[in-house]
Design a protein around this ligand. Structure first.
Ligand SMILES: Cc1cc2nc3c(=O)[nH]c(=O)nc-3n(C[C@H](O)[C@H](O)[C@H](O)COP(=O)(O)OP(=O)(O)OC[C@H]3O[C@@H](n4cnc5c(N)ncnc54)[C@H](O)[C@@H]3O)c2cc1C
Length: 321
């Protein structure tokens, strides 16, 4: 019996969300009185053994050319094989794009109950009860998992990462992989931009910006902060911005450390995609805008006045012209 954590990586680096999953898995193992091991698919430039500081003792690093890109079927099979080999009873993943694609497949393979989007450690006093947000974050459900093997995907920013001391034993294994049923014909990578789904800082704007021609200052602010850009749904529907930037109930769901909302009213459907952000800053000229109720910091003012001033001040702080 042990807890197995999936370490998600992209472009040769372990993703930040994996540190959270590792901490969560290690704490869960402690709670269950068992060990915590992890599985990493493919090679990374990072120091893998150093991930032991999050509480795992052993990391199974599997290598095969097919693992260099995300193929949920291949990933699920590889993780399931490790889980079976070590007799894992709980498998922990991040509830990000990879986790959302892999966890259900793992669940079917291992006949394991899955809680997608857990927001805290399970209550294991009587059974195995996991809390997750439902109805766009308006309520919580407590799911009781009764299968021998259990799978949990952790909502980003729902658990504090704790780094201690120590290194993990890394066991490297070359594996064979069945021919993929998916054929990648082209990969279009956006370069020079921060990927919205993984961004720690997001600058987002809405209909208050009046038109696509005014996004220059939003992009400039985002670039200065090293942030990704996002938008409200009407903005994407009006083709002012590309659809992949649309966040909310019907768009992307994000959980950055900082979300700056500019000229966005804060409708419940928008909040559903961003309310897990650690800190929310709202800039709106209407003091009654609903977004202020969800904000940690609010600036009542005209975006066309406030944003250029922010840009000037950040430039001064950074010492750039
Ligand atoms: C089923 C359903 C699903 C939906 N899904 C989504 C979703 O996923 N994501 C989403 O975003 N919406 C979604 N919506 C739409 C949502 O209800 C809102 O209509 C939308 O979020 C409003 O976008 P907005 O805040 O940009 O625009 P508006 O509601 O028009 O708000 C603009 C805001 O800008 C402010 N403003 C205006 N000028 C300035 C200025 N110069 N400076 C500063 N502030 C200014 C105004 O005070 C106002 O608060 C959905 C709706 C439905 C019915």
């Amino acid at each position: 019996m042990s807890v197995l954590i999936f370490i998600d990586a992209a472009d040769g680096h372990v993703k930040k969300s994996s540190f959270e999953a590792l901490t969560y898995g290690a704490q869960l193992a402690k709670q269950l009185g068992t060990g915590a091991e992890a599985v990493l698919l493919g090679n990374v430039a990072d120091d893998v053994a150093a991930l032991g500081k999050y509480g795992v003792t052993k990391i199974h690093q599997l290598s095969n050319e097919a693992l260099s890109h995300v193929d949920a079927q291949v990933y699920a099979k590889a993780i399931a094989d490790v889980a079976t080999a070590i007799g894992a009873t709980v498998i922990v993943l991040s509830h990000n794009l990879t986790g959302k694609a892999v966890a259900p497949r793992l669940s079917v393979r291992l006949k394991a109950g899955l809680v997608a989007g857990a927001v805290g450690l399970p209550d294991t006093n009587t059974g195995f009860n996991v809390k997750k947000a439902v109805f766009s974050g308006k309520a919580f459900a407590h799911i009781s998992v009764n299968t021998p093997v259990k799978i949990l995907s952790i909502s980003p920013n729902s658990f504090q990462t704790i780094a201690g001391e120590g290194t993990a034993e890394v066991v490297s294994t070359a594996i064979t992989v069945d021919a993929s049923k998916i054929k990648i014909t082209a990969t279009n990578k956006v370069t020079g931009e921060v990927l919205l789904s993984d961004a720690e800082l997001v600058v987002s704007a809405g209909r208050g910006l009046k038109g696509p021609e005014n996004w220059g200052m939003i992009e400039e602010l985002a670039k200065l902060l090293g942030a990704a850009t996002a938008c409200s749904r009407p903005v994407a529907d009006s083709h002012w911005r590309p659809h992949h930037e649309h966040v909310g109930q019907t768009g992307g769901s994000i959980a950055p450390n900082l979300y700056i909302a500019i000229g966005i009213s804060g409708a419940i459907q928008h909040l559903a995609g961003v309310n897990r952000s650690k800190v929310i800053v709202v800039i709106n000229k209407d003091p009654e805008a609903p977004f202020f109720k969800a904000a940690d910091y609010g600036i009542v003012g005209d975006a066309f006045d406030v944003v250029p001033k922010m840009i000037t001040e950040i430039k001064k702080l950074k010492g750039v012209a």
